[in-house]
Design a protein around this ligand. Structure first.
Ligand code: IMP
Ligand code: MG
Length: 181
């Protein structure tokens, strides 16, 4: 019995992820070098780690990366407040922040994190996300770079989890119903 037997359907293959990361890496390289900026990649733990690792191979710039861990209060506020579990080691002031996210769902998390970096005096704040579920949005926020737009499925793999499981799968998939039992 393999963990892959718990996957109903593969939505994005390993190869599709690699190809898309190459394209995004080239685009990021071009746009940041045209502006003479060096991005500080800020990966949101834990889901964005595989995406960060794949994407940055194709960014041909003098980049740095750091990690942040936040939880959003799943409350009633549509703007979304976040609590910082682990903050950056690097100062964001004057930096060209490129937030690396696994998936944008309601948009609350990314919206709050972007606002936080703006308040901290970042020179620019942009977002690259592997996946985007635009149908689920409750706050009007857009990523600058999107790997794949997907329909409203709960997905796992390539960093994404269900109860901390499935993060190490090299593709993005939909779990079988029995996983939720
Ligand atoms: P948002 O604040 O609603 O945009 O939440 C985004 C966060 O919710 C992501 O960083 C994920 O941790 C989690 N999330 C949203 N959709 C999924 C999914 O389909 N699978 C796994 N995690 C998800
Ligand atoms: Mg997350």
């Amino acid at each position: 019995m393999s963990i892959r037997d718990e996957v109903k359907r593969v939505l994005v293959t390993e190869e599709q992820i690699r190809e898309r990361c190459q394209e995004l890496g080239r685009q990021i390289t071009k746009e940041y070098s045209e502006r003479n900026e060096k991005p500080l990649l800020v990966a949101l733990l834990r889901g964005s780690v595989p995406f960060l690792a794949e994407l940055m191979k194709y960014i041909d710039l003098d980049i740095q990366y750091d990690f942040m861990d936040v939880t959003s209060y799943a409350g009633t506020k549509s703007t979304g407040d976040i609590r910082i579990i682990k903050d950056l080691e690097t100062s964001a002031e004057g930096e060209d922040i490129l937030i690396v996210e696994d998936i944008i769902d309601t948009g609350r998390t990314i919206n709050a994190v972007m606002g936080m970096f703006r308040n901290k005096g970042a020179h620019s704040v942009r977002v690259v996300t592997l996946l985007d579920k635009p149908d689920r949005r409750v706050v009007d926020v857009r990523a600058d770079y999107v790997g794949f737009e997907i329909d409203d499925y709960f997905v796992i793999g390539f960093g994404l989890d269900y109860n901390q499981r499935f993060r190490a799968l090299p593709f993005v998939g939909i779990p079988k119903e029995e996983v939720y039992r």
